[in-house]
Design a protein around this ligand. Structure first.
Ligand code: ATP
Length: 522
């Protein structure tokens, strides 16, 4: 593919992203920007490392919501801590058992939900109980929290009363919109219930009273609407939901604003708080927001490196790394691969080079809006591109199941240049549940990067035996003429590859023969 067709591909990607315009996310209406660009930069290896690489929790959370269409399966058990340990613990296996209003049951089924998710089995009976109970719930993104509290809110409102009865605060404008969409979908057959967005761009006339029964918004605007502008009478709120508590506390001021809102609510208002993670700070915040809570926790599925074959390739510079990459592509059949780079600049360069070699490449990096990133991931999932070149923004939480090959073009390091073991695990790890096998290839281009790889190896060797196979040099280029010095792995390695790999036998065989292919190629 020539460079201009690469540019064309980017244009197509952007066009695809624009088609997501139905989200109506307007740039200027909320200060909290979900794209992570425009922030401070650090110098590493002579290149700018953007702060995009730092975790932007709101952006990550939004991205997850945009690309997820299904529940995340989990084999872990839900842990329930009841406020009153003597009261019976109810759990439901069907939505019928919840005795929902028929319009809501219809809405739930129309969304394609057949049965409650793991967390919903316990959370829904608690949320719908009489008298209402408070709840703190923690489970990873995609396990059904939003759907659960939306159902609770819709169940509790009285459509005959034309004032806000349920209040939901979200960390950003965009996240609030996403939750609003779920309310609209689930409440499709319950049109009497109306929704209002308390977000900065939504200007209401002074002195008016909101008639919609559900208000969803960001903490600052919700606080203004309750306190200063008095659009909402907080004393009439029956359900208060604080969503994404972990993202919320990461934003300056949101914690205090949320607490101030909570203090205005009546004592018998049902308080519900949700979070994907449960660090100490989140737990402390949760306890301030939710008095006498029931607590539900669902451990996240652990990622493992046990099923991943890990290798490294020794090179001298990024051009050689690119060459090595081409050789690997020449040698093995790769359905789809994700390639991680440290900086946007390298990612852009590599995507261009691969593209001009004829690969169908997608590029994902931090200067893209979250919706653009979601569109790129979607295209990649659909197989429209075979290679996804990305910086760290793509590393977390994105499950592109069909990808069995991950290439660390640059090894993951933190801002101080130390190995980032967690990111390494997220990039190449697979949840044990899928048991999917994979291949990870690490590009090493200096003494420092070898050192980093060794430290990553040491770190993971502590808790997995299989890593005796890690890392095996795949091949080594000594100079730009590529007189290749091969490291022959022990025989057991081939035996291991040939007999233990199921799904990826083809890759194993190809690698096996690929040694020769690489040599011939040179
Ligand atoms: N009981 C269910 N059956 C089938 N699908 C469901 C069920 N509950 C939720 N889903 C779907 O699963 C996906 C994740 O659900 P949901 O958004 O509620 O999870 P979450 O834990 O709130 O995650 P996030 O915080 O990322 O939004 C959504 O596409 C949702 O429509």
């Amino acid at each position: 593919m020539a460079t201009d067709s690469w540019a064309l591909a980017v244009d197509e990607q952007e066009a695809a992203a624009e088609s997501l315009g139905s989200l109506q996310i307007k740039e200027n209406e909320e200060k909290v920007k979900t794209e992570a660009n425009g922030t401070a930069k650090t110098e590493v290896d002579g290149e700018k490392v953007d702060d995009e690489e730092k975790e932007d929790r709101a952006a990550q959370s939004l991205l997850n919501k945009l690309i997820r269409s299904n529940l995340v399966n989990t084999t872990n058990q839900v842990e329930v801590l009841q406020r009153d340990p003597n009261s019976p613990l109810y759990s439901v296996k069907s939505f019928e058992e919840l005795r929902l209003k028929p319009q809501l049951l219809q809405g739930v089924y129309a969304m394609g939900f057949n049965r409650p998710s793991k967390i919903q089995e316990n959370a829904l009976p608690m949320m719908l109980a009489e008298p209402p109970q408070n709840l703190i719930a923690q489970s990873q993104s995609g396990t059904g929290k939003t759907a659960a509290f939306v159902l609770a809110m819709l169940s509790r409102v009285d459509p005959a009363n034309k004032w806000p009865q349920c209040l939901c605060v979200s960390p950003t404008y965009e996240l609030a919109l996403q939750t609003g969409k779920v309310i609209e979908q689930m409440g499709k057959f319950y049109p009497e219930v109306k929704l209002e967005y308390a977000i900065r761009g939504n200007k209401l006339e002074r002195g008016m009273k909101i008639q919609e029964q559900i208000v969803i918004g960001t903490p600052g605007t919700v606080l203004d609407w309750c306190l200063k502008l008095k659009f909402i009478d907080p004393k009439k709120i029956k359900v208060f939901v604080l969503d994404e508590a972990d993202v919320m506390i990461a934003t300056q001021g949101h914690q205090d604003q949320s607490i101030r809102i909570q203090r205005m609510l009546p004592k018998d208002c049902q308080m519900l708080l949700f979070s994907a993670t449960f660090e100490d700070s989140v737990w402390k915040f949760a306890q301030r927001i939710v008095p006498d809570p029931n607590v539900i926790k669902l451990k996240r599925e652990e990622e493992t490196l046990d099923t991943i074959k890990q290798y490294y390739v020794l090179c001298n510079n990024k051009e050689e790394k690119f060459l090595a990459l081409c050789n690997i592509y020449g040698a093995i059949t790769i359905a789809q691969a994700m390639i991680f780079c440290h900086t946007r600049k390298t990612a852009g360069w590599l995507a261009g080079e691969l593209s001009s070699e004829g690969h169908q490449v997608a590029l994902l990096s931090g200067e893209m809006m979250v919706e653009q990133r979601a569109a790129v991931i979607e295209r990649f999932r659909e197989g429209k591109e075979k290679v996804l070149v990305t910086t760290n923004v793509c590393a977390r939480g994105i499950d592109v199941e069909q990808v069995s090959v991950v290439i660390n073009f640059d090894l993951p390091v933190d801002k101080d240049g130390n190995p980032d073991n967690e990111t390494y695990l997220h990039r190449i790890g697979r949840t044990g549940r899928f048991g999917k096998r994979g291949l990870a290839i690490n590009m090493v281009d200096s003494k420092q990067s070898m050192n980093i790889l060794n430290r990553i190896q040491e770190h993971f060797s502590e808790f997995t035996q299989l890593l005796k196979y890690f890392p095996k040099p795949l091949y080594k280029t000594a100079d730009n003429n590529c007189s290749i010095k091969k490291y022959f792995p022990p025989l057991q390695f081939f035996v291991f590859q040939l007999f233990e790999i199921n799904n990826d036998t083809s890759i194993a065989l190809a690698i096996f023969f690929g040694w020769k292919v690489m040599c011939c190629h040179k």
